[in-house]
Write a protein that binds this ligand. Structure first.
Ligand code: HSE
Length: 317
């Protein structure tokens, strides 16, 4: 029996919800913007990788994030009194590391979803999500769910981070397009967090609370102009945009060409533009492709939200 899981890329923060809001992405081209993990019973443990960005992974397979997921999942399984089996794991690494597209979250979510499905779901959704957050924290140096939660649950997800419901799915504007452009440079989340001030000014705290709460209200009220007008970031973007060549020009072009909002995806360097017009999404994507991309690793996709999130299924071989 082989179990395969896919988990989509995601926009962390979505400007307005630093560390607690994230959106799962699905390119309208049908391209696979997310990692895939397969799990299979075996005689001997094995961890292998392929995919466009596999060459950027640690060469020692025991350091691979999916191997860490395997060890962590088996520890938790033993704590539940279940016996781990010998497995063969394979990762197809489609997302670039340090891109701001939730690359590590995508691997973690696909791995844990595949493992959980393979063992017939010993962990419920909440337990699994908490495990995903913990693992993401081991990689990025701090626990934040704004990539793992959308990659797992799909759509636009707001974290409550407390029981009884650790994450909630927000209503979305189905007709919005999300253009994402990865410059090709690598920015580590830990480094992008280090440059942030450890204290936030009172005025910015009030602005953050106001914008996030009005944004959530506007989603429920189906008021897209109001929602779009709240999509700005007073916490991270002012400090991080200096790391992103051509950020201001890109925003100016996007906003002059029908974008409702423009910001940094997660900790960057990927940027996103949200628009309700496909023509405008395509114009912005073409410009970003020409102007924001810095090297051959960069790419641009016009996306909609991936409402389904991670998907895992068993296949008989
Ligand atoms: N929310 C975190 C940050 C991770 O901005 O540092 C983003 O993916």
């Amino acid at each position: 029996m082989l179990t395969k899981a896919y988990a989509p890329a995601s926009i962390g923060n979505v400007s307005v919800g630093f560390d607690i809001l994230g959106a799962a992405l699905k390119p309208i081209s049908g391209a696979m913007l997310g990692d895939q993990v397969s799990v299979e019973d075996a005689e001997q443990y094995q961890m292998t990788c392929d995919g466009v960005f596999a060459h950027k992974l640690p060469t020692d397979p025991s350091k691979n994030l999916v191997a860490l997921c395997h060890d962590f999942f088996h520890e938790k399984l033993e704590e539940k009194g279940q016996r781990p089996r010998i497995l063969k794991l394979h990762l197809t690494k489609n997302l670039p590391i340090g891109s701001g597209l939730g690359s590590s979250a995508s691997s973690v979510v696909a791995a844990l979803d595949a493992l959980n499905t393979h063992y017939d779901s010993p962990f419920d959704e909440t337990e699994l999500l908490l495990m995903m957050g913990e693992l993401e924290g081991k990689v990025s140096g701090s626990v934040h769910y704004d990539n793992v939660a959308p990659a797992y649950l799909g759509g636009l997800v707001l974290m409550t981070e407390q029981l009884p419901k650790v994450a909630v799915n927000l209503p979305v504007f189905e007709h919005w397009y999300w253009v994402v452009c990865y410059s090709g440079l690598s920015v580590s989340t830990a480094a992008a967090r280090d440059i942030l001030p450890k204290q936030v000014a009172l005025q910015d705290t009030i602005t953050f609370g106001r914008q996030l709460s009005v944004f959530v209200h506007a989603l429920h009220a189906r008021d897209e102009d109001l929602a779009a007008s709240m999509l700005s970031d007073v916490i991270a973007e002012p400090h991080r945009k200096a790391l992103l060549p051509k950020f201001d020009e890109s925003r100016a072009f996007a906003m002059e060409n029908g974008s409702l909002a423009f910001g940094i995806s997660g900790s960057g360097p990927t940027v996103f533009a949200a628009t309700n017009s496909l023509a405008s999404a395509e114009t912005i994507a073409a410009w970003l492709e020409q102007n924001y991309i810095q090297n051959e690793d960069g790419f641009c996709h016009v996306c909609q939200l991936d409402i389904e999130g991670a998907s895992a299924k068993k296949e008989s071989k």
